[in-house]
Design a protein. Structure first.
Length: 319
């Protein structure tokens, strides 16, 4: 089982080109299942000992190696029930189910197992929560909340403008490179989930803020270890996602906003404001880099909530 998992992760990395985060998530799901199977196999010879009595979080060395060809559908469902009893959320269980399904499908396609024990495994239904958003006035306050004379204020204003103007993920922002940025054409090429690249337009205000940062501030931040990343740290290295979070939080505090502001909130706001101003959902999908339109459709519910709130507030017979 362990060897099969290693082969599968190698396949995800080399043939599918999937991200490191996806590989890690899949590995953790599969190795957790393998470890549970090994403990279960060892405990089967001990009378009156439940297979899932292992204390949560306890670690043991593998006791009884298991072949993937011997895994059964009931074993998988028992494992998922075990995880549910431990309090794992439906969303987290869904990740495990997806990992198991693609793993055993891959083994079956390569004739390494005679049957696929996860083929009829249903995906658990998960609740979909509406994303938080900022209104346009709150975004303006945030962008204007950057302290003008503070160190690296031009960088901070530029990255905030770009997050909102283009709806980038924070990982896409920190990996944005100079050679992929065209301020004259007002466009940036970014690499998103699954190493997929896309072209995203950049608004004029964001372009102006980025140009000011590149002309006046970035040259002073360049050091021996500096690469071609657009946004640099005080040491001249690439910004980390944690540091971007800190910058956004600090700017929100300086702007006096009494809401929870974080980088992805700007991405949600970007999509919602596009939709509320008449943008086509397919275009928003392309701009956000969503592989499935169903992921983008959640913003239609956000906009409907806003419309209902306006109706309740202003229509004389809405209450």
């Amino acid at each position: 089982m362990r060897a099969a998992i290693e082969d599968f992760i190698l396949y995800l990395a080399t043939e599918r080109g999937l991200s490191d985060n996806y590989q890690l998530s899949t590995r953790l799901s599969l190795e957790g299942f393998a470890a549970w199977l090994e403990r279960r196999s060892a405990l089967e010879n001990i009378p009156d000992t439940p297979a899932d009595s292992q204390a949560p979080g306890a670690e043991q060395e593998p006791l009884s190696p298991v072949s993937p060809g011997t895994v059964t559908h009931p074993q998988i469902t028992d494992y998922l029930a075990h995880k549910k009893r431990l309090g794992l959320s439906a969303a987290s269980i869904k990740l495990i189910v997806v990992a198991l399904k693609i793993f055993f499908r891959w083994l079956y396609a390569r004739k390494r197992i005679k049957r696929d024990p996860a083929e009829v495994l249903p995906l658990p239904r998960t609740e979909r929560y509406l994303p938080e958003t900022m209104n346009e006035l709150q975004v303006d306050h945030l962008l204007e909340g950057v302290a003008i004379h503070a160190p690296r204020s031009l960088r901070d204003r530029a990255l905030l403008e770009l997050l909102y103007a283009s709806g980038l993920r924070v990982s896409e922002l920190v990996n944005a490179r100079l050679e992929n940025l065209d301020l004259d054409a007002r466009i940036i090429r970014v690499t998103g989930k699954g190493n997929k690249t896309r072209l995203v337009p950049v608004g004029q205000k964001a372009c102006d803020a980025i140009r000011a940062y590149l002309d006046k501030e970035r040259p002073e931040m360049v050091g021996k270890r500096t690469g071609s990343e657009v946004f640099l740290s005080a040491r001249g290295t690439k910004l980390t996602t944690v540091r971007v979070w800190q910058i956004v939080k600090a700017c929100a505090k300086n702007a006096g906003l009494d809401i929870n502001v974080y980088p992805h909130l700007l991405r949600h706001s970007f999509a919602t404001h596009l939709l509320s101003n008449g943008a086509d959902l397919r275009i928003i999908q392309e701009l956000l880099g969503h592989a499935d339109i169903s992921t983008t459709q959640i913003y239609t519910h956000v906009d409907q909530q806003r419309l209902k709130a306006v109706h309740r507030r202003f229509h004389p017979r809405a209450k």
